[in-house]
Design a protein around this ligand. Structure first.
Ligand code: GAL
Length: 418
């Protein structure tokens, strides 16, 4: 049923776009993205307004589905039909893949004029600049190893923000005893993988995380620490409500906002939902790194890939890229989105406490060798490997494998996917 609904939504999105693309012609951009939740849409409006202020029309091409899997399916169909959108939200290795296929326009002229080389963090440039050509405009830096909590719920139950796994387990037990759902979770593979980013980092440590998810070392993928990470996932599974299956991530965030649940493990796009609901960090909700990963940042950066429209980069594409990289936009957009700027020279003055922490954590992690691309969001490995990992993580979460079987399956699945 879910597959049918998804397929129908994608077909409708494709049908709806045919007319708008042709009608769009020159003078505007058609933007394919998956920012459809309340917080995401609020942030997207900052970008739309910016462009409209410059007289550039915006044709919206939203494809719902957190993490972007459905959006990428629509994109492949559009490119195959010879009808690529002007600009497309993209992540990590997917961008490199499209660039290597020759599908993306070269933005070097605007990048050079605006000095992107000097201000975009090196960790991001590896996904934005392919074989010496800038092919996408980085909008933000998100990270996945965060926990979001309802402050009133924690206070009422005498729980402080947990700093260790043991503290976290004690907090889950206290909430459960009080009749509150300890963890708000949406049962979709990408969400389980997002939780796994933080859980695996907490057990494997930074060297182990890199060895497993970036270098794909079978010893680490199949080792005792990985088995322990799966054991922790089983503890998390035991602390979600009965209706978790298939739930969208923002509906899980709403459970924390409403006080139905204590915690959610999710990237900092969740903060956009709290803000959109009028909540204030430190007063209504808390943000903290997943216990045991306080020094690490597992990042994913949203970018807009500019698809080659048959020639050099269009004036509208260059204007969009330039608007995205402008320091004032980077501040205004990321304040709303929950992410932090994709430039190193933007002030944190307008950011709330979680945003300030996010910026400080990113800078500290980058300089201490603790910054890693998120496995769950396509910044550690190519899509085939990522999807192989998703399959095993989600099968284990849903009780198909015990932890010992999961590590064996992980080694095999990754080997086949390479
Ligand atoms: C991520 C993306 C975020 C957010 C999230 C949920 O992949 O980087 O910007 O949109 O999905 O939709």
């Amino acid at each position: 049923m879910r597959f049918y609904l998804k397929t129908t939504a994608i077909a409708l999105a494709l049908a709806a776009t045919v007319g708008s693309v042709k009608a769009d012609g020159h003078g505007g951009v058609e933007v394919l993205h998956w920012w459809t939740s309340g917080g995401e849409a609020a942030a997207l409006n900052v970008l739309k307004d910016d462009l409209e202020g410059q007289g550039i029309g915006w044709t919206d091409m939203p494809v719902a589905g957190g993490g972007g899997e459905q959006a990428m399916t629509v994109l492949r169909a559009r490119v195959t039909a010879g009808n690529a959108p002007t600009a497309v939200q993209g992540l990590g290795f997917d961008i490199i893949d499209w660039a290597n296929q020759g599908a993306l326009a070269n933005l070097n002229e605007v990048a050079a004029a605006e000095g992107w080389d000097e201000v975009v963090p090196t960790a991001l440039q590896q996904f934005a600049k392919v074989n010496g050509a800038w092919v996408s405009a980085p909008v933000n830096v998100h990270s996945t190893n965060w926990v979001w909590a309802n402050k009133a719920v924690l206070d009422a139950n005498g729980i402080a923000a947990p700093e260790t796994w043991e503290d976290f387990v004690a907090a889950l037990e206290a909430l459960s005893a009080a009749g509150i759902t300890p963890i708000a979770h949406g049962g979709q593979a990408w969400q389980e993988a997002t939780v796994f980013d933080g859980v695996a980092m907490s057990v494997l440590g930074p060297d182990g995380y890199k060895a497993a998810f970036v270098d794909l070392d079978p010893e680490v993928l199949g080792g005792d620490a990985m088995k322990e990470a799966f054991d922790r996932m089983a503890v998390i599974r035991a602390n979600v409500d009965e209706n978790f299956s298939g739930r969208d991530w923002n509906l899980a965030t709403a459970m924390v906002i409403n006080g139905e649940a204590g915690f959610q493990m999710m990237g900092d796009w969740a903060k956009g939902e709290f803000l959109n609901a009028g909540q204030v960090p430190g007063e209504d909700f808390l943000c903290f790194r997943f216990p045991g990963t306080q020094d690490q940042v597992t990042f994913n950066a949203d970018q807009f890939m500019m698809f080659d429209q048959g020639g050099s980069v269009s004036a509208e594409q260059a204007a969009l890229a330039s608007a995205i990289l402008s320091p004032s936009f980077q501040s205004a957009f990321n304040v709303v989105k929950g992410s932090v700027p994709a430039r190193t020279d933007v002030s944190d003055a307008d950011f709330d406490a979680c945003g300030k922490q996010g910026m400080a954590d990113l800078a500290a992690a980058a300089s201490s060798g603790n910054l890693f691309g998120s496995m769950a969001h396509g910044h550690a490995n190519e899509a085939a490997v990522k999807n192989a990992m998703y399959d095993v993580i989600t099968a284990h979460f849903n009780g198909e494998f015990d932890s010992e079987t999961a590590v064996e399956e992980l080694v095999t699945a990754v080997e086949i996917a390479q």
